[in-house]
Design a protein around this ligand. Sequence first.
Ligand code: XMP
Length: 319
Amino acid sequence: LWTPAKIIEDQVARVRDQVGDRHVLLGLSGGVDSSVVAALLHRAIGDQLTCVFVDNGLLRKNEGQQVMETFAKHMGVKVIRVDAEALFLDKLKGEADPEAKRKIIGNTFIEVFDEEASKIDGVDFLAQGTIYPDVIESAASKTGKAHVIKSHHNVGGLPETMKLKLVEPLRELFKDEVRKLGVELGLPYDMVYRHPFPGPGLGVRILGEVKKEYADILREADAIFIEELHNADWYHKTSQAFAVFLPVKSVGVVGDGRRYEWVIALRAVETIDFMTARWAHLPYELLETVSNRIINEISGVSRVTYDVSSKPPATIEWE
Ligand code: XMP
C-alpha cells in the first residue's frame, strides 16, 4: 500500500543504502520540499546530515527564526545559518531588471552555498528537494519546449566543481504526496501547507531595484496580510497570497499632516496548477482590515491596492 508511512520507510532504506556512513549536505530554504527532505534524511541518517540555510535578506518576516526553531531546536538537525543579507543586497544594487535580479540571486546563492560546503569536511552527497514536476519541467526546458520557465535553482543549477553525488528522495513524488510525507514526519502543519514562495523571494516582489528599506516594509505588510487571511479563514481558500512593494510615492493624510509614502499592492489567487489563476474574490471587509492595518502600522506606506488581474495574461508574481 502506498501510504506516506510506507514511502518514508522505503526512502529511509534507500537513502541509508545509497549513503552508507558518508555525509550529506542539504540546502534548506524553509520551503516545503527542502524541509521534507531535511526531516526525511534526519530520520534516515541523523548526524550524517548537515543543512545550510542561507538567509539572503529576502525572506518573509521571522522566516529564518522559524526554520532554525523547527529544525535545529526542536528536531535536533544540524543546521548552519549563513547571514548573507548584506552580500545579496550589495550584488543586487543598481539592478532593476527582473530576470537579471533572478540570476544574481541564484548565482549568489550558489556562491554562498559552495563556500559553506567547502568548509565542511568529508561530504560526498548533496541532497535536493527535487520533486516530480521539477524533473519534468527541467527536461522540457532542456529540449527548448518550455522557453518561458523562469530560472530555478533547484535542478541542475549547482556547480559541477562540487563533484557531489545527488540524493533526491522526492524525485518521484507530487506536491500533495510530499506534504503528506511532511506531516507524517512530524513537521508543523503550517509549514507543510504554506503557500509557495519563489526562490528569489522578496527580490521579485520589490519592483525594480531591491533595497533593504523596501524589503523591511514589504516584510511587515506581507505579514499583516497573511495574518488577516488566517484570521478570516481565507488563507487556505487561496492558493497563493502576498504583498508587493511598488517603488512609487503617493500622497496621503494622517491627522493634520500630509504623508508622501510608498504603495503596497496585495495579490491573492486561486489556482490548481499555477499555470492559470483567478484573482481571489476576497471579502471587502477583509481587504479593508488589511489596508487599514498596513497604512496605520507601517509609517512608510500611504496607500494599498488590490490586484484584480488574472493569469493569463498577468503572471502571479509581478516580476
Ligand atoms: P508566475 O509569476 O510565473 O508564477 O505566474 C507561477 C508560480 O511560480 C512561482 N515563481 C517562482 N518560483 N523561482 C521560483 O522558485 C522563480 O523565479 C519564480 N517565479 C515565479 C510563483 O511564486 C508562482 O507560485
